[in-house]
Design a protein around this ligand. Sequence first.
Ligand SMILES: [Zn+2]
Length: 255
Amino acid sequence: MRRGNFKVRILIALAVVAFAFIRKCSQEEINPYTGKKQAISLSPDQEIAIGLQSAPDMARQHGGLHPNNQYQSLVDNVGNKLVNSSVAKNTPYQYDFHLLADENTINAFALPGGQIFITYALFSKLENQDQLAGVLGHEIGHVLGRHSNERITNANFWKVIAMGSSAIDMGGVAQQMGQGELLKNGRGDELESDELGVKFMINAGYNPEEMIGVMEILKAAAGPNRVPEFQSTHPDPENRIEKIREAIRKYKNAS
Ligand SMILES: [Zn+2]
């Protein structure tokens, strides 16, 4: 191979990298509901489609939906009350709240676009509706914060760069989602969702102090040696309760 050829290849590689970064920057937009600047590549319609497509897989992995209709109605009522009395109502997202039959895994999570889940294991530990509102409000925060969109965008960075955002392999992403990959949230996402959760609780007339109760239940459930599933998808920054207290002060004074 000639030396000149090699140089040309390096130049092309550099051009591709430069193009990639320009493209990534041009993908940044301000989230209209949180005011946060983020690099995202999926439209709300695509987020909704991925969530709907991976929801059945997700449910199957947690023993399907819980058969008790009264419990499911309670989850629906609290979830819908949070949506209808907050900015979540003005988003394009379609919110569905699912109670999963799983009695062992203490967890709650959100797929992009509004599919939200809570396991019976966590549901049965909650002491009141306000705490349920805390869990669901936090998950609505992940949807509105478009946190999975950011993770999908990062995971598909080079593919997105090479083919443009519309070329994302939607089926592949939905499959990864359904298998629980791409569900892990970062610290920043957790704190943002806690804050949004507190805001939604206050908007809907729930007692935001109970968000702290939720944190205590999660901590107690972890026990000395066991790390609950919730913490693998929801890292627990040490200052989470402190930040929740700050959010309560902030939004209580505002209302
Ligand atoms: Zn979370």
